[in-house]
Design a binder for this molecule. Structure first.
Ligand code: GRG
Length: 275
């Protein structure tokens, strides 16, 4: 039900025909767990709001997430050929189209949030969250840290994860809170811990995952000589960290129960994720 709603909404965003729009649709509608949209919707419900109210903000964030994957796959970044079980956008189209489709999705996100059917104050707050989390003080800074860290400690790597991956997961939950009429930071501890757990699990899957299930190449981190928590402490310790940070996330939901039940179940399910 929630998943169908999300897919239908995402399909309604880009209607135009032509090279740019076809490329944007190829990536936006090409699968994916829709984790960030689900988090936004569940966070709204956790704070007593309606899930549906967070859908436009969550969809805007999914556009930003999709742009980041397109650019991350480019030859100048990770240089990957497979994403969400299909050829990456620059393989299916070409590099210039992939850069521009990413730019199109990134900027479209702000327009979707600004036009959402909530109050102007909520929409402004949502645009600020999207911009801060995606940009130079969030995910883009995380990507730069990822490229430039060498010989880093576990703490330095975790800090990089907080920007690279955590920023958008925190944004998802903040957007849900704003949609519910909240300030936006009510579920921050949950989101921060979930973000770290999620990226460590991503590192584990990069080593022991199944490419056919993951839908993206494995051993990408090794190929790119990336610093990861797994490369420092090994798989078994990394699995313990995933459980530890997930438990911290779930524990922080106690004041919001029972409305936060779906958020808690989603976090728990990610420990065993295979994609
Ligand atoms: C500006 C050239 C240029 C590049 C920017 C911002 C950026 C590149 C990259 C972002 C960093 C990044 C891709 C982090 C990875 C986060 C992560 C774990 C993504 C996978 O998310 P899932 O598993 O993917 O939710 P699906 O496909 O399910 O949506």
């Amino acid at each position: 039900m929630r998943k169908n709603q999300i897919e239908e909404y995402l399909k309604s965003i880009i209607k135009e025909e032509g090279l740019l729009y076809d490329a944007m649709r190829y990536s936006l509608l090409g699968g994916g767990k829709r984790l960030r949209v689900q988090l936004a919707m569940m966070a709204s419900a956790a704070l007593g709001g309606k899930e549906e109210d967070a859908l436009p903000y969550g969809a805007a964030l999914e556009c930003i997430h999709t742009y980041s994957l397109i650019h991350d796959d480019l030859p100048c970044m990770d240089d990957d050929d497979l994403r969400r079980g299909r050829p990456t956008l620059h393989k299916q189209f070409d590099e210039a189209t992939a850069v521009l489709a990413g730019d199109g999705l990134l900027t479209l996100a702000f327009s979707i949030a600004a036009r959402a059917p909530l109050s102007p104050q909520q929409n402004l707050a949502a645009v600020k969250v999207l911009s801060d989390s995606a940009g130079a003080y969030g995910m883009v800074e995380g990507q730069v840290l990822d490229m430039t860290l060498s010989g880093a400690s576990e703490d330095e790597i975790l800090e990089m994860y907080r920007y690279k991956t955590g920023a958008l997961l925190c944004a998802a939950v903040s957007l849900g809170a704003i949609a519910a009429g909240g300030k936006g930071d009510e579920l921050r501890t949950f989101a921060e811990n979930l973000g770290v757990a999620f990226q460590i699990q991503d590192d584990i899957l990069d080593i022991i995952g199944d490419e056919a299930i993951l839908g993206k190449p494995v051993k990408s981190d090794q190929k790119n000589e990336k610093n990861t928590v797994v490369s420092i402490i090994g798989i078994e310790e990394a699995k313990k960290r995933v459980r530890l940070y997930t438990e911290k996330a779930i524990d922080s939901l106690a004041p919001f129960m029972p409305n936060a039940q779906a958020l808690s179940a989603l976090a728990e399910s990610l420990i065993e994720r295979k994609m």
